[in-house]
Design a protein around this ligand. Structure first.
Ligand SMILES: *Cc1c(COP(=O)(O)O)cnc(C)c1O
Length: 427
């Protein structure tokens, strides 16, 4: 599939049926797989042969869908996880452990911020947060000798900051570590971070990839470009024998193309067990088949709503990188030439109270802890997803208390704007 365009990969990537096999990806709803001899199965356990033995480690349905996502991102290997949270945790914990350090953009999803700053800190992994708009000097100063990775989001949820992926990749590589990019909001249809130097991409597939609010899920994709062995002292988990897996040295046995995902599956999925169910992987694939068609419409509706809000007297400010004059418009032209996403953030004059009246008056747009759905929805992050943050942290993350995040769905833009207009009248 590698020569085909992304639209074709969305529809047909990852799975090519043989003669007389199902045209659609089969749902292999089985926990386990049968073998004729113990020796046959032993080879699988030793990672000497590829095949299936237990769905916690691998399942054909999940593998077809992961292979499609790898093709969409232009990576060499991918795996599915039970959620975006699991994907980001696995991607980071595959490289950093107790006593290590990470560098992360301060403008990231609230759940990821909590994962890094609270839970991973408890595990002994420290993180230095940097502004997505930091200078090269500020970025470089964040690194320590024990830094193992850099993390950021292409388009941050919910602040909608656009990351300078090239700048962050250069800094990571200058310090001998990979850049992990959460590409959830852009999707590979609008941005492929590997083309800008990122090494690992993660997704909450719960969002646009699924696109219909059906299944929580995540994915991790490896570009296959990072040379672990060239930085073997930093990554002993990849470059020295794994005693918990028959003494395998992942970087040696699976090379740059396969080491990261194989280790992540063999160790982390084995031990933490955050698998995506094959049924959910099937639903995810239905979403992927129309991702390229839906993203264009989400962007069209986001643009129309953002332009309407920008002119409205009750709106203090609008964040949408598709608007000329937006702080991230120039950066978006480079990284997101086809459009960004359907999510528009805006601050109402009148803060938290006005946001509440506005949201309660909407008829089409529902109040939901969700984004990137076919149905338009909205949220006040300060009172929901980000409520564990202090006012200072909220400000640093670019999420003031009166901010409304509106995820424009696939409805008629005219109907969405009429709904917003009548709700604004009530404010
Ligand atoms: C939603 C989201 C996550 C978390 O994903 P879940 O599937 O909800 O666990 C991570 N990163 C970003 C950018 C998200 O939008």
């Amino acid at each position: 599939m590698s020569d085909y365009r992304i639209e074709t990969k969305c529809v047909q990537g990852g799975y090519t049926p043989g003669n007389g096999e199902p045209r659609q990806i089969p749902i292999v709803q089985s926990t386990t797989f049968k073998y004729a001899t113990g020796e046959d199965m032993g080879k699988l356990f030793d990672l000497e042969a590829s095949g299936y033995f237990y769905t916690r480690l691998q399942n054909p349905t999940n593998d077809y869908v992961a292979a499609k996502i790898a093709e969409l991102e232009g990576g060499t290997a991918a795996m599915l996880t039970s959620s975006g949270q699991a994907a980001n945790f696995f991607a980071m914990f595959n490289l950093a452990s107790c006593g290590d350090h990470m560098v992360a953009s301060s403008s990231i999803y609230g759940g990821t911020f909590n994962l890094i700053s609270v839970t991973m800190a408890k595990m002994g992994i420290e993180t230095t947060f940097v502004s997505p708009d930091c200078t090269d000097e500020e970025l470089s100063a964040a690194f320590r000798p024990n830094t193992k990775l850099v993390f950021g989001e292409t388009i941050a949820n919910p602040a909608l900051t656009v990351l300078d992926i090239e700048q962050f990749a250069k800094a990571a590589h200058a310090h001998g570590v990979p850049l992990i990019i959460d590409n959830t909001f852009a999707t590979p249809v609008n941005c492929r971070p590997f083309e800008w130097g990122a090494d690992i991409v993660t997704h909450s597939t719960t969002k646009y990839m699924d696109g219909h609010g059906v299944g929580v899920g995540g994915a991790i994709v490896d570009s296959g470009k990072f040379d672990w062995m060239a930085h073997a002292d930093k990554f002993p988990g990849l470059c020295t024998p794994d005693d918990s897996y028959h003494g395998i040295t992942y970087a040696e046995k699976f090379g740059k193309a396969g080491a990261f995902i194989t280790k992540c599956t063999a160790q982390l999925m084995r031990d933490f067990g955050s698998i995506q169910s094959p049924q959910n992987a099937f639903y995810l694939n239905l979403g992927l088949e129309s991702l390229h068609v839906r993203m264009a419409r989400h962007c069209e509706n986001g643009q129309a709503v953002a332009e309407f809000l920008q002119k409205h007297p009750k709106v203090a400010s609008v964040s949408y990188c598709g608007l000329p004059g937006d702080k991230y418009h120039e950066r978006a032209k480079k990284y997101l030439p086809k459009g960004s996403c359907g999510v528009v953030s805006f601050e109402l004059k009148g803060g938290r109270e006005a946001a509440s009246v506005f949201m309660n008056s909407l008829r089409l747009a529902a109040i939901e802890t969700h984004v990137a759905d076919a149905r338009t929805c909205c949220l006040n992050p300060a009172s929901t997803t980000h409520r564990q943050m202090t006012d200072e942290q909220l400000k640093a993350a670019g999420v003031p208390a009166g901010l409304v995040r509106m995820s424009c769905g696939l409805e008629s833009a005219d109907d969405l704007i009429a709904d917003i207009a009548q709700a604004l009248e009530k404010v």
